[in-house]
Ligand binder design. Structure first.
Ligand code: 4AD
Ligand code: MG
Length: 433
């Protein structure tokens, strides 16, 4: 191979020159004397045009026997072509087959059910739709981290194996840990709080685990969460940070991922609206809205997915629902100064029916109240000794939140199920591939 190996995304720099593409056959069609090869290399797709008279008889015959997803090296001359989706085409000169499958590629010819696609997730990832979704996922993560880094936040990784229950005793993955037991982290928050006392503005980012038997379109058993925690931020400061972060993420996706949003047929007008200020309603107001709309969820309960959908349909932008009843929320949330039955917390609900993408709160910084809550929830007190130290040695007002990456991606991409928003979805029924 004397021609330079180039990526399809860089073809514009090689017009008129001979190059080599290394990739896979995405599709092909032939008229008697010309083969049209759709080639994919992970950075894009391009059409290779192979004209019978211009290549060896052997190469021309080889293409006739190629299966979809054969791996290839294709050399040819780059031509600008306005009609081509990528803007370029390659006039093929030579072709080397790296591997021609011995059978037909399982995905492609007909409409497949979701279970079939998920069983073939390792192959399904090769489709342009999955490429678009995961490109947007990468942008969501990148922009969130860029935002926090620029604002002076320190990334302080939290452990996945832990002895302290983060959110609540239900929904824990428990495992043997030598002579003891351990849990898979439900959240990095407790560690983020310790880090906030050390470094002020911090965040954790990593996979988190919930053994929830939920079969909804919003629940995974393993999902990625980014959790900022800030010393001396109260409930109001916390919501402002959430608003700024979400607006930044959406603006960056709009700036960098137009092509992907178009491929997903996402209505971007709905995303253009994502600018401050978001709406704020209290838990009580949310309940009133729900009861007017006919929901039967009793006052005092947490909202179900359908309730959240009903609420978001009343708003054209994200809405904060503030100050839930203490009994439906986690033990660490700060008691409301005016009503001991409520806590200083917020859920941020994404519009268009998507619902909760963020859960956040001011933290209980009073030693006695926190200990009482740990006891009320019957959590194993010994494993919170270190966490209580944060209230023993220089306690401080502080707040934070967790933004679920997959729910955010599902909303921004307009997906109807969260499972496409993560490369390898884990649900109660699925642990492979
Ligand atoms: O509301 P959650 O449970 O809050 C916490 O874990 C806090 N410790 C966060 C914090 O204050 N540092 O979860 C936060 C977010 C949810 O809003 C949702 O986006 C996502 O994590 N999430 C899930 N995503 C997918 N599948 C699940 N089972 C999820 N559970 C929560
Ligand atoms: Mg929540």
């Amino acid at each position: 191979m004397s021609e330079p190996w180039v990526y399809i995304k860089d073809l514009s720099e090689y017009v008129g020159k001979e190059v080599t593409i290394k990739g896979w056959l995405y599709n092909k069609r032939s008229s008697g004397k010309i083969h049209f090869l759709q080639l994919r290399d992970g950075t894009g797709t391009v059409q290779g045009v192979m004209v019978k008279q211009e290549v060896t008889e052997e190469d021309f015959q080889t293409v006739k026997n190629l299966w979809i997803e054969a791996s290839l090296e294709v050399s040819g001359i780059v031509r600008a072509d306005e009609r081509a989706p990528s803007g370029f085409e390659i006039t093929v000169t030579t072709l080397t087959v790296i591997d021609n499958p011995s059978e037909e590629y399982p995905i492609g010819k007909k409409e497949h059910g979701i279970d079939f696609l998920l069983d073939h997730r390792h192959l399904w990832l090769r489709s342009s739709r999955q490429h678009a979704i995961l490109t947007i996922r990468e942008r969501v993560i990148w922009s969130a981290r860029e935002f926090l880094h620029t604002e002076g936040y320190l990334l302080v990784d939290s452990p996945i194996l832990t002895g302290s229950i983060g959110e609540g005793a239900s929904g824990l993955f428990e495992l043997d840990y030598f002579e003891d037991k351990a849990y898979l982290a439900q959240t990095g928050q407790l560690y983020a709080e310790a880090a906030a006392a050390a470094f002020g503005k911090v965040y954790t980012f990593g996979p988190t685990f919930r053994a929830e038997k939920s079969k909804t379109r919003r629940h995974l058993t393993e999902f990625w969460m980014l959790e900022p925690e800030v010393a001396f931020y109260d409930h109001e400061d916390n919501m402002k940070l959430q608003e700024d972060l979400v607006c930044y993420i959406v603006s960056q996706v709009l700036l960098h991922c137009r092509k992907e949003l178009e491929l997903l047929e996402r209505d971007t007008a709905m995303l253009e609206r994502i600018v401050p200020p978001f709406y704020h309603i209290s838990y009580d107001e949310a309940m009133n809205i729900l009861h007017k709309l006919g929901s039967s969820t009793p006052y005092g309960d947490d909202f179900g997915g359908e309730d959240e959908t009903l609420i978001t349909n009343e708003f054209d932008k994200p809405v904060f629902v503030e100050c839930y009843p203490k009994k439906v929320k986690a033990f660490y949330m700060k008691e409301h100064p005016d009503n001991p039955d409520l806590v200083l917390c917020d859920d941020l609900l994404a519009p268009e029916g998507y619902g909760e993408i963020i859960g956040g709160s001011q933290r209980e910084d009073d030693y006695d109240k926190l200990l009482a809550r740990i006891r009320e929830e019957k959590l194993p007190e010994e494993s919170y000794n270190w966490y209580l130290d944060l209230r023993r040695y220089g306690t401080f007002v502080h707040s934070g939140f967790g933004i679920g990456i997959e729910r955010t991606v599902a909303w921004i991409c307009g997906l109807n199920h969260i499972r496409e928003a993560i490369p390898w979805p884990r649900t109660i029924y699925r642990i492979t591939p």
